[in-house]
Design a protein around this ligand. Structure first.
Ligand SMILES: Nc1ncnc2c1ncn2[C@@H]1O[C@H](COP(=O)(O)OP(=O)(O)O)[C@@H](O)[C@H]1O
Ligand SMILES: [Mg+2]
Length: 255
């Protein structure tokens, strides 16, 4: 018995206007359930476009996309999207920001309150539920944003440079937390980043995109064991993987 891939792109192209080089062309990509796949590549090579296609926020010009075997627009309940900016509503408390999608789903007050508390605990923010976004650090805002994305109990997380605005130490800590949560929750993650070190630390696999038209240049297996630890960042193996991936990324810039 073969299992259905969590994400499957077959010959996917995307063009926004007919006279230009397509943003993405001939992308074939299969992601199994439980994989952590990072997408790296130069600015403008189509990383965000790819993620939006998988989320069903945009349609391919050619080719096919399936999430768990069905069209992305029909798979929205399985999927959550985390953007680079935390995009929290400033007039709502942390709790009320996390509660938003639950309210939209029409859950009862009690049910919503219980779920929100659990989610805040999960991301280590149970003490700041009554605070407003402006009272929080960048890292805390991002955690609220992640808690909000988790409220709908997704099994596929699409993350578009979620930690890009954070300082390095906060980002490292968020990376470790993300992996811990993923271990608990069995998510499949597709993660866009500019940082090769971040991609290596998080991923079981890294896809390098080349630009004009955006296409897969390299598909790299990261054979570091899970769980990943902070100490691994100092290991020689880690260095080797970062250097090798950086080299492939530089080559992708040139083509
Ligand atoms: N809605 C859109 N309309 C027209 N062009 C777009 C749109 N979205 C993205 N593009 C173009 O597609 C290319 C890839 O964009 P994007 O996927 O955001 O790249 P990346 O995330 O890798 O930096 C860019 O040239 C961008 O200008
Ligand atoms: Mg982008």
């Amino acid at each position: 018995m073969t299992s259905v891939p969590e994400v499957l792109l077959t010959g996917v192209s995307k063009r926004f206007s007919t006279d230009e080089v397509p943003v993405l062309q001939g992308v074939d990509l299969s992601i199994e359930r439980g994989e952590f796949v990072s997408i790296i590549g130069p600015s403008g090579c189509g990383k965000s476009t790819l993620l939006k296609l998988v989320a069903g926020l945009s349609l391919p010009s050619d080719g096919e996309i399936a999430v768990n075997g069905i069209l992305p627009k029909n798979a929205r309940q399985l999927v959550s999207f985390v953007f680079q900016d935390a995009t929290l509503l400033p007039w709502r408390t942390v709790e009320r920001n996390v509660a938003l999608s639950l309210e939209l789903e029409g859950r009862t007050r009690e049910e919503t309150a219980t779920t929100v508390q659990k989610l805040l605990e999960l991301v280590g923010l149970s003490k700041v539920g009554k605070s407003y976004p402006r009272q929080l650090s960048g890292g805390m805002k991002m955690r609220v944003s992640i808690a909000r994305a988790l409220a709908t109990r997704p099994r596929l997380l699409l993350m578009d440079e979620p930690f890009a605005a954070l300082d390095e130490m906060t980002r490292d800590r968020m990376n470790e937390e993300l992996l811990r949560l993923r271990q608990e929750q069995n998510w499949t993650v597709v993660f866009v980043t500019h940082s090769v070190a971040e991609a290596v630390f998080l991923s079981s696999r890294i896809i390098v995109l080349a630009p004009h038209p955006g296409r897969i240049a390299h598909d790299i297996v990261v054979d570091l064991p899970f769980p990943r630890t902070a100490e691994m960042r100092e290991s020689e193996e880690f260095d080797v993987l970062v250097n090798r991936t950086s080299k492939l990324l530089r080559e992708a810039h040139r083509v």
